[in-house]
Design a protein around this ligand. Structure first.
Ligand code: ZN
Length: 159
């Protein structure tokens, strides 16, 4: 059993016991903490979006799921309070016949990984690390900012 050896996750680069599988376990542990503690629960959607954008081979394989995560991150960074209504509009749009193509993804997804969230036990600190993680990931997707905004605009028009 070599699972205890630290390796880099092939997708986000976090160095963790078990590499990519270990990274997946970190994501599951964060999800559990959000489920168990209300002070973390409000961050659930954005954690999923950012993690998915750093692991698109697993969580953004279809154009529609990729679009949901990219627009989710865009909306959250733009305005946390209005993000849920943007997400709802996008969800309605994507559940219909919305012919979109998956764009070319960046080669890297930013230097901050879920590994930094794991160490942030305090909700305030957690929120800070999360914002940094979200922002650096969004910056890594710089070439697709216009695409994200276009998708959101289309979704909001097609209500
Ligand atoms: Zn990873």
């Amino acid at each position: 059993m070599t699972g205890a050896e630290s390796e880099a996750c092939a997708s986000c680069g976090v160095v963790v016991a078990g590499g990519s599988e270990g990274c997946q376990r970190l994501f599951e542990a964060i999800g559990l903490r959000e489920y168990e503690n209300m002070r973390f629960a409000r961050y659930h959607r954005i954690v999923v979006d950012v993690y998915a954008l750093q692991h698109p081979d697993r969580y953004g394989r279809s154009a529609k799921s990729f679009a949901a995560h990219l627009t989710g991150l865009s909306a959250w960074l733009e305005d946390e309070t209005s993000a849920p209504s943007v997400n709802a509009a996008v969800q309605r749009w994507l559940s219909g016949p919305s012919p979109i193509e998956k764009p070319q993804l960046p080669a890297r997804y930013g230097a901050v990984t879920i590994g930094e969230l794991v160490g942030a036990e305090d909700p305030v600190r957690y929120g800070e690390v999360l914002r940094r993680w979200a922002r650096t990931t969004w910056d890594a997707y710089g070439a697709l900012h216009g695409t994200a905004r276009e998708w959101i605009a289309t979704a909001q028009r097609s209500r």
